[in-house]
Design a binder for this molecule. Structure first.
Ligand SMILES: C[S@@+](CC[C@H](N)C(=O)[O-])C[C@H]1O[C@@H](n2cnc3c(N)ncnc32)[C@H](O)[C@@H]1O
Length: 466
């Protein structure tokens, strides 16, 4: 297993679509393509026709009659029963059509919309979420609720809407889960013209079933208003989307997804959040669990950025990507405390690559892992504790102390399941260690390396810094 994988997945799963989009405040964005064959004539309507509720009248036309730009064929043979699959634009590098694929039946009729290639959309339909509808039945608890919510939605001065715990929530408990609403292949942003992908985005949202589309259109635009729907949808996506890495079997490893989950989008940011998220590909679901015990009345928060950043780095990034001045407890603490917090952050950044280095010359020791645990605790980075416990389990096992290794592996599993999921490699590798530390890859690994008993270090997988 690759240690770098879990650290990078964790760090990269950041609520960010950092490219700077400019917004054009003009009407009739769709007007430009009307009559060009890019869209069916029925879509060549004033923007107001795209308001929620207008979907059926506009998109009642069958896909068969739809054409794609530049004479490309948009053959949408229905391998999976996509309810809609047009329009399309050709990617500048891949030469493939990027289209809108909507399944309005998905997850008990909640629906989901993709903007990607046919090939990738079809690949995603091999996931249990599509092959076994029962798998995602009842996952989303917001549009149709069968279990009482542990939170209420409130207005927060200076932050817009946010979520508040309405009861005690224990560490590790599930707070919310959403299947993907709008899922965009990142290549769309690299290969299509801005006007093209904005149009695909608009269609993707329009195709969602009514209540779902309304929930999407209600999301934050960071206080801005736009005269066209295409710009509003773009700003909503930019303000609310998560970056999701492709799964390990996806043939497009270099490009992940830009995904919106309307209810999860209500979490405001905190640098020391009391909730964290992970995406489970086979259910196409983003899960949110409590990183620590939460008291009723506390605001529920996620970190939009990598938490292991100094105060100035965090402030800069949040201001650049979302345009707000972070006023969380970690950002507003008095200078002496903020300085020592930054010292801890720098030490964390220094320790992790050392422990990820499994070569003979690595200076990693179990004491470093103990230090990392303490630093995470002092920094209140509860969502990362599992990561420090894993390092400790590996380090103890690597010097031949299986019982301490098992103790930390158990802690890594306990803290890791709600943060990264029970089926993630981080958790399953810890389970292997617990079952048989002596047979685990990490057993005596440091000792063997340093004594020259093991393979040539250069043959080992190199771990990168994140
Ligand atoms: C994903 S949305 C969060 C929910 C949003 N407050 C709403 O009303 O729907 C992100 C936007 O919320 C606001 N926001 C989130 N966290 C914030 C914070 N810590 N301080 C100020 N504004 C925040 C910003 O406007 C940001 O662009």
């Amino acid at each position: 297993m690759k240690l770098s994988q879990f650290v990078s997945v964790y760090a990269a799963a950041v609520l960010a679509h950092s490219s700077d989009h400019q917004h054009h405040h003009h009407h009739a964005d769709l007007g430009g393509v009307c009559g060009s064959g890019a869209l069916p004539d029925s879509t060549c309507q004033p923007d107001t026709e795209y308001l929620p509720g207008a979907q059926k009248e506009i998109f009642a036309e069958k896909e068969d009659g739809w054409r794609c730009p530049n004479g490309t064929s948009c053959e949408h043979a229905h391998k999976h029963s996509w309810t809609h699959s047009s329009p399309c634009f050709v990617g500048s590098k891949t030469g493939q059509d990027f289209c809108v694929f909507t399944d309005t039946e998905f997850a008990d009729g909640r629906g989901t919309s993709f903007v990607m290639t046919r090939r990738r959309a079809d690949y995603l339909t091999t996931y249990s979420a599509f092959t076994d509808p029962g798998f995602v039945s009842g996952v989303n608890q917001d549009l149709v609720r069968t279990i009482p919510a542990v939170y209420d939605v409130h207005e927060f001065p200076g932050k817009g809407m946010g979520l508040v715990a309405n009861q005690f929530i224990r560490r590790g408990e599930l707070i919310m889960a959403n299947t993907a609403s709008l899922m965009i292949d990142y290549r769309v942003f690299h290969e299509l013209k801005k006007e093209e992908y904005k149009e695909l985005q608009l269609h993707a949202v329009n195709y969602l079933p009514d209540p779902h589309r309304k929930a999407f259109m209600n999301l934050s635009t960071h206080g801005q208003t736009f005269s066209t729907l295409v710009d509003t949808v773009e700003k909503i996506a930019e303000t609310n989307a998560f970056d999701i890495d492709p799964d390990a079997d996806d043939e497009e490893q270099n490009y992940g997804f830009f995904v919106v989950f309307p209810e999860i989008a209500r979490f405001n940011h905190d640098c020391r959040p009391n909730a964290d998220y992970y995406f489970e590909h086979r259910s196409l679901t983003q899960y949110i669990h409590a990183t620590r015990d939460i008291q009723p009345g506390e605001e529920l928060t996620l970190s939009y950025i990598n938490t292991v950043m100094t105060r100035n780095e965090r402030l800069r990034k949040l201001n650049h990507n979302w345009g707000f001045q972070c006023a969380c407890s970690a950002c507003t603490q008095e200078k002496a405390r903020a300085d020592v917090s930054d010292m801890r952050i720098r030490r964390i950044k220094d320790l992790r690559p050392k422990m990820r280095n499994w070569k003979a010359g690595s200076v990693a020791t179990p004491q470093m892992a103990e230090l990392l645990i303490s630093l995470y605790e002092q920094e209140r980075l509860w969502g990362s504790m599992y990561n420090a416990y894993s390092f400790a389990a590996y380090e103890y096992n690597a010097v031949g102390d299986p019982w301490t290794a098992i103790k930390y592996a158990m802690l890594a599993i306990e803290w890791g399941i709600p943060m990264v999921g029970a089926t993630s490699s981080e958790v399953t590798d810890m389970e292997k260690l617990v079952e048989d530390p002596w047979g685990h890859w990490s057993w005596m690994h440091r000792v063997k390396k340093r004594s020259g008993w093991a393979r040539d270090p250069d043959e080992e997988e190199e771990e990168e810094d994140d």
